[in-house]
Design a protein around this ligand. Structure first.
Ligand SMILES: NC(=O)c1ccc[n+]([C@@H]2O[C@H](COP(=O)([O-])OP(=O)(O)OC[C@H]3O[C@@H](n4cnc5c(N)ncnc54)[C@H](OP(=O)(O)O)[C@@H]3O)[C@@H](O)[C@H]2O)c1
Length: 427
């Protein structure tokens, strides 16, 4: 039986998971593939760290040359995380004629195009199934299974940490308490910035939209709004109106342009993504042939992510052994990416205003001047002593720039005490 040698960069959550699955299921996997996978080395930073004995700790090294410089290694599996040195190691492995599998969304979102070019020039594969959606097979579905579809839209919940926090807030916790709970359970890092400011989701959306729309979408073109300013009150009001609040990554094609952004969103309670709770992820794809397709599962964790990483490794082993290489697809056109201000949405607004006659008319006039019409307006709470009232307004579809301008005028009205929330509404 043919042996395919691999080197693994990283033995953290995912790296240790991958090594553990290979240890437990190596024989079974070899029988299905008709080839044996042999691990030649595992790069770590710290050799003295205590680790699981699920795999042979004798393979550990702090010398990357033992992997990148070993000509007998066919496949490098990059599971370090972060931009550098991961990007450099991936490039070096590809230039050395090694296939690469990575779970690194940041490197693929920022440098995927250039790295895929190098892979194509060298005649090797660069696979990244685990970079989006953890255990959910979504990259290969977009690249291969939906190849005949023209995709009009992707809507996705692709960050488990924030979805967990929002699920807790839906149950009545405040943001700080929900974040603390996520950290206690190991779902959020001590510094949660990448997740709660939607940086991670923007990387993933850049990868998904590049594949779905066959155009180059870089993460710096994706407008993102995190979840830190959300108030649990908005979850309650949204529910009363038949909506849930989710951090949704959306990309859609409108004519010859692409709209791609990540922000808190009110979704109707019956929406396919509305019931995605806790750390689960889901990606909803609209294809012209397949219609709506929902992929749902665990977006992170050692085991689900290892499942996706090893699916890529197995595809490469089959390629090496049987010569069934998947062609590398490149963005084949360059669609313009719309500025966020030019995108349209309905809006949910929560305002604290003076409890006096004529206030609503003033606000409606400012919105009307911006071409924004009100679909409904409800007075939620009033504090007679402070003479303030809280109102919730739902608008019809309006341009983002018109809403931003209108809110800055409303903020300066003498009747306005506070603009408490402005959240886009999707369907
Ligand atoms: N965790 C998840 O659920 C998940 C899900 C999907 C995708 N991913 C992606 O998978 C990748 C790995 O994530 P992870 O959670 O497994 O990370 P992690 O737990 O922090 O593990 C990183 C591993 O890489 C090693 N390492 C980091 N920098 C290094 C360097 N400069 N030189 C040598 N070794 C280095 C570390 O060594 P030491 O052990 O010695 O510190 C550790 O073994 C990331 O790209 C992440 O975005 C993770």
């Amino acid at each position: 039986m043919r042996t395919v040698s691999i080197g693994v960069l990283g033995a953290g959550t995912v790296g240790a998971g991958v090594l553990s699955v290979l240890q437990r299921k190596g024989d079974r996997i070899s029988r299905s593939l008709g080839a044996t996978i042999q691990i030649r080395g595992v790069l770590v930073r710290n050799l003295t760290k205590s680790r699981s004995d699920d795999f042979d700790n004798g393979l550990l090294t702090t010398d990357v040359e033992r992997i990148l410089g070993d000509a007998s290694i066919d496949v490098v599996v990059e599971l370090l995380g972060g931009e550098e040195p991961a990007r450099t190691y991936i490039e070096r492995a590809l230039r050395a004629g090694k296939h690469v599998v990575t779970a690194n969304k940041e490197v693929i979102a920022k440098h995927g195009y250039e790295l895929l070019r190098i892979a194509a020039d060298r005649g090797v594969n660069l696979f990244f199934e685990a970079s989006v959606g953890g255990g959910i097979p979504v990259i290969r579905v977009l690249r291969r299974d939906l190849v005949v579809n023209d995709i009009s839209q992707i809507q996705a919940i692709i960050n488990g940490t924030t979805n967990f926090i929002l699920s807790e807030m839906e149950a009545g916790r405040d943001y700080a308490g929900a974040l603390k709970q996520a950290q206690a359970l190991g779902y959020a890092e001590a510094d949660p910035k990448n997740d709660v400011e939607a940086i991670d989701a923007a990387y993933k959306l850049a990868i998904l939209s590049t594949l779905a729309f066959r155009t180059d979408v870089r993460p710096d073109r994706i407008h993102r709004v995190g979840i830190t300013a959300l108030d649990e009150k908005d979850f309650r009001y949204a529910r009363e109106m038949g909506y849930v609040v989710k951090l949704v990554a959306t990309a859609r094609q409108i004519g010859d342009t692409i709209e791609a952004n990540v922000h808190p969103t009110l979704l109707p309670a019956e929406h396919h993504l509305a019931s995605v709770k806790g750390v689960f992820n889901a990606v909803l794809v609209d294809g012209d042939e397949v219609d709506k397709l929902v992929l749902y599962g665990r977006g992170a964790g050692a085991q689900p992510t290892s499942s996706a990483v090893l699916a890529d490794v197995c595809a490469i082993v089959q390629d090496i052994v049987y010569g069934v290489a998947e062609p590398i697809q490149f963005p084949e056109r360059q669609l313009e990416i719309r500025d966020f201000g030019d995108t349209e949405a309905r809006f949910y607004l929560r305002l604290l205003v003076a409890d006096e006659p004529g206030v609503l008319a003033q606000i409606a006039r400012v919105l009307g001047d911006g071409g924004i019409s009100i679909a409904s307006c409800i007075q939620k709470e009033a504090d007679a002593d402070a003479r303030v009232a809280e109102i919730v307004i739902m608008t019809h579809a309006a341009r983002q720039s018109a809403m931003t301008d209108a809110l800055s005028v409303i903020a300066h009205l003498s009747c306005t005490r506070q603009i408490s929330a402005s959240i886009r509404v999707d369907r």
